[in-house]
Design a protein around this ligand. Structure first.
Ligand SMILES: C=CC1=C(C)c2cc3[nH]c(cc4nc(cc5[nH]c(cc1n2)c(C)c5CCC(=O)O)C(CCC(=O)O)=C4C)c(C)c3C=C
Ligand SMILES: [Fe+2]
Length: 422
């Protein structure tokens, strides 16, 4: 299933909904455009080259089993005209619907248009399959300033994050009016998607910062093995997962009554670029590394258990009378038991951005977490981690982002952010 330009620009039903041919036959032609069909999309690719459904009640790229690669971008909106911003969101949505199904960004494509005009696709993904590409949009607090008359539509849950002890945030790689998270199994496909959105947005938005990531550091489905972060530990063991339907309802999706209705079915995204002092970490003894996380490095089991998914026993004491999982261990401090049951859906990626000129790799974790209300989830968890976590000796938070991710695009007449702007 490779991308090519089509004269009509039409997307086949099979591709549009991420269904195999058998799936289309099973639901029947009459159901294709119906809302009941849209509410139950087959949202997840069967193989790493397949497309993921773009349309649905929630945006893809959140509970979608985490793909291997990330290209995250934050844009500043530079147009002052609301109508131009809405038009851009409509153009972006059409391009996103196409690219996520393995098509060129525009209807003429990289090589199908007039030789006298710039192509409506940049071309570097020609011949590549959809590769599980998902594109997920979010709106930052700054979009709700005086420019577009949106101040009274800002959700209370999109309250600015407080300052946390020890962070060293760089403004030029923090914030942003709009973010787009592109995840795919092929980095060229993820980069192609972001590049084309930036191209389409020329004169209306400008790239504030972007971040590449690899080796997803979280599993977001029980069908996935837990990957490892650059400290060598399994990351994502006790994560909210696609299969946890009731917990996703309670901890992930904004519900009617939570805030403004335009966010119903949406969620809130917190990003943190966290630099790791990996050279120092690599000189720490294994026992110290394991004590810091409260899990063993090989299996990923809690220090009180044997297998990865054993529940940690925070009350258990060792022969020395001390807790086996230390009071300042990462998993103790981040565990829902320490926060009245609060959970996050973590979806981070490793990064290595070259070296820092001081003989060290510029490496770490681009932390990504989705949640129903950051004031009740990310903020209290991070406050406790920032104050007490023994991991702090080896990490530094250098960037921060907060975004309201609207509900999904339901069909071809809908667009990213319609519920906010309509
Ligand atoms: C504020 C939220 C969190 C930040 C920031 C964070 C940074 C961070 N985490 C790791 C590595 C691991 N984290 C693990 C578990 C874990 N982490 C958070 C939250 C934040 N982490 C939560 C909510 C949890 C789950 C705790 C639990 O319920 O047990 C683990 C253990 C394996 C797992 O369950 O995922 C690791 C390993 C790094 C390296 C890091 C910053 C660089
Ligand atoms: Fe963590």
């Amino acid at each position: 299933m490779t991308r090519r330009s089509t004269a009509s620009g039409g997307i086949s039903r099979r591709r549009l909904f991420g269904l195999g041919a058998a799936g289309v036959a099973a639901v029947g032609a009459g159901a294709v455009a119906g809302r009941s069909f849209i509410e139950e999309p087959v949202a997840h690719a069967a193989s790493s080259s397949d497309p993921v459904a773009f349309y649905g009640p929630h945006q893809a790229g959140i509970t979608t089993p985490a793909q291997d690669r990330l290209h995250f971008v934050a844009f500043d909106v530079i147009t002052k005209k609301k109508a131009e911003l809405v038009e851009l969101l409509q153009e972006w949505t059409a391009a996103a619907a196409r690219m996520t199904q393995g098509k060129d960004a525009g209807t003429f494509g990289a090589v199908g248009g007039s030789p006298e005009a710039p192509p409506d696709d940049t071309g570097e993904a020609l011949g590549l399959p959809a590769s599980g590409l998902t594109l997920t949009i979010g709106f930052g607090p700054s979009l709700f300033d005086e420019r577009f008359g949106l101040a009274d539509r800002r959700p209370p849950a999109l309250a600015d994050l407080p300052a946390f002890p020890g962070e060293d945030l760089q403004p030029e790689i923090s914030g942003g009016d709009i973010c787009v998270q592109a995840c795919a199994h092929d980095p060229q496909v993820a980069v192609h998607a972001i590049r084309n959105l930036a191209r389409i947005g020329f004169g209306k938005v400008s790239v504030r910062y972007s971040q590449l990531g690899f080796g997803r550091t979280s599993s977001t489905s029980r069908s996935q093995a837990t990957p490892r972060n650059l400290m060598g530990f399994k990351d994502g063991t006790n994560n909210l997962k696609l299969e946890d339907t009731a917990m996703l309802r309670d901890h992930l999706w904004a519900a009617p009554g939570d805030g403004p209705a335009w966010m119903d079915g949406g969620t809130y995204l917190v990003t943190r670029k966290i630099r790791m002092h990996i050279e120092t970490w690599d000189r720490a003894p294994l026992s110290e590394q394991e004590a810091i996380f409260g899990r063993d490095k090989g299996e990923g089991a809690p220090l009180t258990g044997h297998k990865e998914f054993d529940a940690p026993d925070f009350a258990k004491k060792g022969p020395d009378g001390q807790p086996v999982i230390a009071g300042d261990a990462h998993v103790r401090l981040a565990h829902p038991d320490a926060h009245g049951g609060a959970r996050l859906l973590r979806r981070g990626y490793n990064f290595v951005d070259g070296s820092d000129g001081l003989g060290r790799l510029d490496a770490g974790l681009f932390f990504i977490a989705y949640q129903r209300d950051p004031r009740k989830q990310f903020v209290p968890i991070q406050r406790m981690l920032a104050e007490k976590d023994s991991l702090n000796e080896y990490i530094k938070h250098v960037s921060s982002g907060l975004f309201a991710c609207p509900p999904g695009v339901v069909d071809g007449g809908d667009y990213w952010g319609r519920t906010l702007f309509a």
